[in-house]
Design a protein around this ligand. Structure first.
Ligand code: IVH
Length: 719
């Protein structure tokens, strides 16, 4: 886990390294504009420390290793008790060594530890007098900090008035959540300001800014509670004796925001193993948190242990930061590519100077749409802050505006479709080629033939290219009228492959409506949504007769999506007619159509359709029943036993057939997580949120009746 540290060769290199670190640190604390990302800074300081260990007589007075981070500024407010920094460890071994040294000081193991996320923001002291928030002070050099009371009222989680009229100081971290950061940069650039590079810089800049024409919200998380000079003596005594975990409970009861309200609440742990388990859990949850963390803080929980261990001038000896790997690096934006997707959407993608983040080399990052580029004020050649956590696609947080040289160039948006040269429909946020699905026919056909859509074996990307280039297919429906002669006329198509493909195409015609819908690639609907729509309407005719209001009745479709689905279906009408004429099934087996709500609706029903839909031998789980009714279920890890052969898509089908709703992410709304072998982050999140967990076998028993149907479909497909 430890990042390699550069070696400093001589005293000159050492002096330069100290100077660089001092400059970076000052910029970081004063204006939130360091030229070094956190990882580079940490490495520099560790290289400095390594050289100093070898040359103890040559240590420079201003070395970053010897002092509390951040320098004091004139006119600062003295702190009641020093606001210390934390020592870092980078691996379980280093952590274990730290606990051993703590045990030596305590004359035995710490009674218990408190373990909480290390929030990536700025330390702040908030003074409350008789329950009213009177003063906000930054950490400064640890002994005195800057008065930033002007920010009172802009920090969520730091109430103007506590639930009790106590005189106390609350310490904690001010940060911006991802959402607050995006909002802050949007507002800032709209006011002609340069964007902040990341949420931390944004919080630093915003906290110190005095007379701005606008205010943007930030968030506070408390991690300390202490008496002030005029705190009532009995309360002061109580606070002095409270364990850290009790102080946090007290702060929360006063109305202060703490990590207790997040997916990574502070906990207490009795052993080193328990602490390390919690470290892994928090690390696994990191990518899904709506705010940045850069480590885990472990503290001796008891006040008595803390007192015995004591503090150094820079950091307490009773607490340590277990640092996680950096998820952010600065690199250069080299170019923007414009790729056309299967539905004709023209999506920009950032090409980056390759940079290593958390063990992988990043060369591309997503950019959502052209407006996103404008909003972020990105320019070619910009140095950009890139964020990558877990398996999430890397994203550009913002340009690092203060590193601009003036040579950066505007990003040119395409005037015509970069793939086919057609015009571009720029009417919506996401631009689209006017040829729509036909622009990238190969992509749209390959997708339709895919395993989770029509599952046409033998129709891979290469074969699709061949068919399109030979002029045999110009849309999805053409696939179903291909003749044996046409296929035999293609290169590398013998009799066997031809017959196999024809059989696969014939089988595909019988796929349920949900898969046909998915294959059509109706924008705004994926696999799960296609299933919900198909089950709701039961037949294509009824779906096509539905207006936006009727479509809104489908679970998960809101007022924004409904009209766009209506429009998409209208656009797809000729293709749908052609597919139906070619014999493609347009009904959902087992689904019950909704009860008619009006005469017009009733008229849209065709007797044949309904009979077909209701005839299915798989008439189960319809109309809200089933063992999973009302439940939102997430599947993670490898399935075993009766579920072993099911793809993730089929697991989701199973959930929905059993009356539940399938989802891919765990949240407070999740009711059940089916966790198989190798389950990681989602399982950890479920545990943290207290969501019920089930092993694959347990779940199989729960949905046994419905398992047969999905298994039958699977067998038919295998055959
Ligand atoms: S305790 C005396 N707890 O990390 C103990 N600090 O690198 C001092 N931080 O200055 C702090 N989350 O700004 C503590 N849960 C947490 C924290 C935390 C973030 C920051 C804080 C501190 C810095 C040290």
């Amino acid at each position: 886990m430890t990042t390699p540290v550069a070696v400093i060769a001589d005293a000159v290199a050492y002096a330069r390294a100290v100077e660089d670190a001092v400059k970076a640190s000052a910029a970081y604390y004063e204006s939130g504009t360091s030229a070094l990302d956190d990882d580079s800074y940490d490495r520099l300081v560790r290289a400095v420390a390594a050289w100093e260990a070898e040359h103890p007589d040559e240590v420079l007075a201003d070395s970053p290793t010897g002092k509390v981070a951040g320098g004091a500024v004139e006119g600062d407010v003295p702190h009641t008790a020093a606001m210390l920094s934390l020592d870092n460890v980078f691996s379980p071994e280093e952590f274990t060594a730290w606990t051993a040294s703590l045990a030596r000081r305590l004359g035995g193991d710490a009674e218990r530890y408190s373990v909480e996320p290390k929030l990536d923001g700025l330390a702040i002291a908030a003074r409350y007098t008789r329950g009213r928030l009177t003063r906000l002070i930054t950490r400064g050099d640890g002994t005195a900090g800057e008065d930033v009371s002007h920010a009172i009222g802009t920090i969520e989680g730091l109430p103007a008035e506590l639930a009790e009229p106590v005189t106390v100081e609350v310490r904690g971290e001010v940060l911006m959540t991802t959402g607050q950061f995006e909002h802050a940069n949007e507002v800032r650039t709209a006011h002609g300001g340069a964007p902040f590079a990341n949420p931390r810089n944004a919080a630093a800049g915003t906290l110190r800014a005095k007379e701005r024409a606008y205010t943007v919200p930030m968030t506070f998380f408390g991690y300390g509670l202490l008496p002030l000079a005029d705190t009532e003596p009995s309360l002061a005594a109580t606070l002095g004796e409270c364990a850290h975990s009790d102080l946090m409970a007290r702060a929360a009861a006063y109305g202060v925001n703490t990590t207790a309200a997040t997916a990574v609440p502070g906990i207490t742990a009795a052993t080193v193993e328990e602490v390390l388990d919690r470290v892994s859990e928090i690390a696994a949850l990191r990518p899904s948190l709506p705010f940045g963390i850069d480590g885990i803080v472990v503290k001796a929980d008891l006040a008595a242990d803390q007192r015995t261990a004591g503090s150094g001038s820079r950091a307490p000896r009773w607490a340590v930061a277990f640092k996680l790997r950096a998820v952010e690096k600065i690199t250069r934006l080299l170019a923007v590519e414009w790729n056309v997707g299967r539905t004709g959407i023209i999506a920009p993608r950032a090409v980056l100077e390759p940079v290593e983040i958390d063990g992988s080399t990043i060369t591309y990052a997503t950019l959502h749409n052209p407006a996103d580029i404008t909003r972020r004020d990105l320019r070619l050649g910009d140095r950009v802050m890139v964020h990558r956590a877990g398996d999430v696609i890397p994203r550009i947080e913002a340009p690092v505006a203060h590193l601009r040289t003036g040579d950066e160039q505007p990003i040119v948006f395409p005037g015509t479709c970069p793939r086919c040269g057609s015009g571009i429909d720029t009417g919506e946020q996401r631009w689209r080629c006017e040829s729509g699905r036909n622009c990238h026919l190969v992509a749209s056909l390959s997708y339709a033939a895919g395993r989770d859509q029509l599952d046409i074996e033998g129709l891979g990307h290469t074969r699709v290219v061949q068919l399109v280039e030979a002029g045999l297919v110009a849309d999805l429906a053409d696939l179903f009228t291909l003749t044996r002669e046409q296929l035999l006329g293609l290169e590398r198509m013998g009799e066997t492959s031809t017959d196999k493909l024809l059989a696969a195409l014939a089988a595909a015609k019988a796929q349920p409506l949900s898969r046909v819908l998915c294959a059509l690639g109706v924008r705004g609907t994926g696999r799960s949504m296609s299933r919900r729509i198909a089950r709701h309407f039961a037949t294509m005719d009824r779906l096509r007769a539905a207006d936006a209001e009727a479509i809104r009745q489908v679970d998960g479709i809101g007022s924004e999506k409904a009209p766009s689905i209506v429009a998409e279906l209208a656009e797809l009408a000729p293709l749908i007619d052609k597919l139906a004429a070619a014999g493609v099934n347009m009904t959902e087996p087992g689904a019950l159509p909704p009860a008619p709500t009006s005469a017009a609706d009733d008229g849209a029903r065709t007797a044949g359709d309904d009979a077909q839909a209701l005839n299915g031998a798989e008439a189960v789980g319809a109309a809200g029943g089933g063992p999973l009714a009302g439940m939102t279920v997430v599947v993670t890890g490898a399935m075993t036993g009766a579920l072993e052969k099911l793809s993730r898509n089929q697991m989701n089908e199973l959930i929905e057939r059993a009356g539940g709703r399938s989802s891919s992410s765990v949240s407070k709304r999740t009711t059940l997580v089916v966790a198989g072998e190798g389950a990681g982050a989602k399982r950890a999140k479920a545990e943290a949120l207290g969501v019920r967990l089930a092993a694959p076998d347990e779940f199989a028993a729960l949905v046994a009746d419905h398992l047969d149907t999905v298994a039958a479909v699977q067998e038919r497909q295998d055959a």
